[in-house]
Design a protein around this ligand. Structure first.
Ligand SMILES: Nc1nc2c(c(=O)[nH]1)N[C@H]1C(S)=C(S)[C@@H](COP(=O)(O)OP(=O)(O)OC[C@H]3O[C@@H](n4cnc5c(=O)[nH]c(N)nc54)[C@H](O)[C@@H]3O)O[C@H]1N2
Ligand SMILES: Nc1nc2c(c(=O)[nH]1)N[C@H]1C(S)=C(S)[C@@H](COP(=O)(O)OP(=O)(O)OC[C@H]3O[C@@H](n4cnc5c(=O)[nH]c(N)nc54)[C@H](O)[C@@H]3O)O[C@H]1N2
Ligand code: SF4
Ligand SMILES: [Mo]
Length: 742
């Protein structure tokens, strides 16, 4: 039976205790764009270049086809690529719009003051490079190289990382850590001794039960995972979705648990309770591989489904039934670790609970659970050793966030504040491919920091908000117009993918590697960029592994056989885990040593006052953050975001579907633009939902400016995860303004 909208209405009328949507197998679901291989140019005639997509960090490999005038016509998936299996998502297909966008940055820009007014003027590359190198020299002399921070995201960031390390600063951070997956990576390391990385090593295609906790595959368009989930559904896998919102995937699930936001740890603990008390866990596996089972059993003994019901609003019988579903599928079950997991400031602990549940079900290292990925090892192009910096982000507030294993963006922003009195201060920023204004919660704090800097460079393809705060703006050409490092990502089978330019950069834009090389020459660091063209580095590396640039241009993706035959555990062998006890740690000895909870506990979070609703946010299939919300192709699919409001709330407020309203958060922040209301049963009454990345504030973005609201604008109350320093962003409450008082 197909789950229909009518089913849902019936269900929602039953109340919000958690529902079983359909006992019969669900019809297969694959978003149509992932199912069909679209019309393909005739390969024998068309000119095509290999690339991998930069519209999101799944980096699917594809072919860029040119038309007869040698203009980019389209990009389609590479059949041999395990990230996409020949099918791009709508964002990837629309990526061509990044090249054609007339609002792109076209030349280097310099901020000047004229008649007491600041503005940007066009400058030459020579002038831009000179200004940057001179400032970098001056700052190094005055404050030390460490005082310049690099924020980056995306492929071109890697060149700048080398430049910074050569220059002497390791104050480098990506938002994909402390604003995204840090708690997950550290929690899985604590438990299994391994982080998950990307693409996550989940054997979704063979799973019998997939549990999604605030991870909305299908709107989160991580291509390979969505395809595998569709395959699993085809094979009758059970999907259990825990989400206060009836997401796309909730509608394809056997169970939807519309949890009260911020209470997931209670649900997880009660699942663990049911699984232990009923002896549903994989006994042999747990006995052989885990540490701390008795402590865990004792720890969860009171966390019954009845206890969790009062907290989560999920009915005890549903908690029990879903625990049983997981147990029935074990070990071919995945409690999905999620990706954007920085929610409430106790995120490492929540992800520990997810990891523990997977451990009890025996899914780590088992078919239909987590596989052991392998990655192609590429030789490093020879460069001199980097100098050792005197201090790094770890020394800003010594001892804080002891589990952070990569630069913490918000820590560097903290050390950039005018009122920061620590010894190790940040004095200048280099921002590459990350729109910090849209990305880091508490925009005012980010703006205060950037305004306090002695010098700011922004490298972007678009006039993104962050570029408006820079002294020098450098226009990077898009991924369709440049070489970059070879993609070598983990998977079932190690593989590599190539990016080559399909055409010349438009206007005066240039590749990131070229900028770094030019800056290095002015800084006397040219020995770190010892090549004329980046294609030389790629060819050198490829030849070392028995391929070549020439070969890769013809195939785009190359699979390199696994070195080890250990995709899954051999149950006859004993495994040593990379944890202090050498076992899967249900009880974390490292957390205990650091003074944190060794096993997760539920703590109550603040709740909205009357008339306020929790702001939750997420992805929309046609966009990636703020990087696509001006894209001419994708804006056609979705121009602005809308605010999901439950009908009961809309009635209380007398707000109509389609009406435009402003939001005000619990700290008094009012949105710059209004947002269109979508009245829908698909959201709990205590929360509202919007897609991230909209409500652009830079007028140079002609299509994105003022279209919808930026969720970031409403996220000023940030709950920091004590273990990793990550920014919990879901503790903000909003109320509605139907008109703005002037
Ligand atoms: N409020 C809120 N904040 C969030 C999130 C959220 O859901 N809500 N999500 C978080 C998550 S999970 C993540 S991973 C981060 C992502 O954070 P970011 O990576 O900062 O995401 P974007 O906003 O897309 O910014 C990317 C910038 O790179 C530019 N760009 C695109 N291609 C290129 C290129 O080839 N070269 C260069 N130099 N620039 C390029 C784009 O124009 C854009 O300005 O945001 C986090 N922050
Ligand atoms: N189309 C598209 N796909 C993308 C991206 C994109 O920008 N666009 N970005 C990629 C990146 S970098 C990342 S990190 C991933 C992120 O993708 P996900 O890991 O799936 O994370 P979010 O987008 O934050 O998911 C938000 C979901 O959590 C629910 N939620 C909110 N509060 C709670 C709560 O308290 N409990 C529970 N159980 N659920 C809650 C929301 O209703 C929503 O459905 O997406 C990736 N895929
Ligand atoms: S999932 Fe879509 S946007 Fe992301 S890399 Fe693949 S095709 Fe590009
Ligand atoms: Mo992310």
């Amino acid at each position: 039976m197909k789950t229909t909208r009518r089913d849902f209405i019936k269900i929602s009328a039953m109340g919000a205790g958690g529902v079983m949507l359909s006992a019969s197998p669900l019809l297969a679901w694959v978003p149509s764009f992932l199912k069909l291989k679209d019309d393909r140019p005739d390969d024998s005639k068309a000119k095509k270049y290999p690339n991998f997509c930069e519209v999101c960090f799944w980096n699917c490999a594809g072919w860029v086809y040119m038309d007869k005038d040698n203009k980019i016509r389209k990009i389609i998936g590479n059949d041999n690529d395990p990230h996409c299996n020949g099918r791009f998502c709508p964002r990837g297909t629309g990526g061509v719009g990044m090249y054609y966008d007339e609002d792109r940055l076209k030349t280097p820009l310099k901020r000047i003051t004229e008649n007491a007014k600041q503005k940007f003027v066009k400058i030459s590359w020579d002038e831009a490079i000179n200004i940057i190198a001179n400032n970098m020299k001056e700052i190094k002399n005055k404050h030390g190289a460490e005082s310049i921070a690099l924020f980056h995201h995306g492929s071109s960031g890697k060149h700048f990382v080398n430049l910074f390390k050569a220059y002497g600063s390791k104050n480098i951070a990506v938002p994909a850590y402390a604003q995204c997956k840090a708690p997950r990576e550290e929690a899985f390391k604590l438990t299994f001794g391994h982080a998950l990385h990307s693409p996550e090593p989940l054997d979704i295609r063979d799973t019998k039960c997939l549990v999604l906790i605030g991870s909305h595959l299908g709107e989160n368009m991580h291509n390979g995972q969505v395809q595998e989930m569709a395959e699993a559904i085809d094979k009758d896998a059970t999907i259990i979705t825990v989400d206060p919102r009836f997401s796309t995937v909730a509608s394809k699930s056997k169970f939807w648990l519309p949890i009260k936001p911020a209470t997931d740890i209670a649900l997880l603990l009660s699942w663990i309770n049911v699984i232990i008390e009923n002896e549903f866990y994989d006994k042999e596996y747990v006995e052989k591989n885990t540490f701390g089972f008795d402590q865990l059993k004792n720890h969860v003994k009171n966390f019954t489904p009845e206890w969790a019901y009062g907290i989560t609003t999920i009915k005890p019988e549903i908690i029990r039934r879903t625990a049983k579903e997981m147990a029935n599928a074990s070990p071919a079950v995945i409690v999905h670790p999620g990706r954007h997991v920085t929610w409430y400031g106790d995120d490492t602990q929540r992800l520990r609970a997810v990891a523990i549940l997977n451990a009890l079900l025996g899914s780590w290292g088992r078919r239909g659970g987590f596989f052991n990925p392998e990655k192609a090892k590429l030789p490093k192009y020879p460069i001199p050793a980097f100098p050792k910096p005197k201090w790094t982000w770890k020394d800003i507030v010594p001892g804080s966030y002891p589990l952070a294993s990569s630069g913490v963006t918000n820590m560097l922003i903290h050390a950039s504040q005018p009122d920061f009195h620590g010894k190790n201060k940040i004095k200048a920023w280099f921002v590459v491919g990350t729109n910090l204004i849209a990305t880091i919660p508490d925009i005012e704090k980010t703006i205060k920091a950037v305004q306090n800097m002695e010098f700011v460079v922004a490298v972007d393809t678009m006039p993104a908000e962050i570029t408006g705060y820079a002294d020098i703006v450098l226009p990077e050409c898009t991924y369709l117009e440049r070489y970059d490092n070879i993609r070598s990502a983990q998977h079932r089978e190690p593989n590599i993918a190539l990016r080559v330019p399909a055409t010349e950069p438009r206007w005066e834009s240039k590749p990131g590697w070229w900028m770094c090389k030019k800056i290095s020459e002015k800084l006397g660091l040219e020995k770190y960029f010892d090549y004329k063209d980046f294609s030389e580095v790629i060819d050198w590396q490829l030849k070392k592994i028995g391929s070549s640039l020439e070969e890769m241009k013809k195939i785009g993706v190359k699979k390199i056989g696994r070195k080890y035959d250990d995709l899954f555990f051999n149950d006859n062998e004993t495994h040593e885990f990379n944890t202090p006890t050498g076992k899967i740690e249900l009880y974390s000895t490292k957390l205990e040593k650091l003074g944190f909870d060794a096993m997760p506990k539920y703590k109550k979070h603040p709740e909205p006052e009357d008339g306020y609703y929790r702001l939750i946010y997420g992805r929309t299939p046609a966009h990636t953050f703020s990087r696509t919300t001006n894209n001419p192709n994708l804006i056609d699919l979705k121009k602005e975001n809308d605010l999901w409001i439950n009908p009961k709330v809309a009635k209380d407020w007398n707000i109509k579907n389609g009406q435009k309203i402003w939001l005000q958060n619990h700290q008094g922040k009012i949105s710059e633009f209004p947002i269109k209301v979508r009245v829908t049963e698909r959201i709990r009454w205590d929360s509202v939902f919007m897609a991230h990345g909209f409500g652009r504030t830079d007028k140079r973005l002609k299509r994105g400016y003022g279209a919808g609201i930026s969720d970031s604008e409403m996220i000023s109350d940030v709950k920091i995860d004590r273990e990793t320093g990550s920014t919990g962003m879901r503790s903000n409450f909003v109320t509605f303004l139907t008109e703005l008082q002037t």
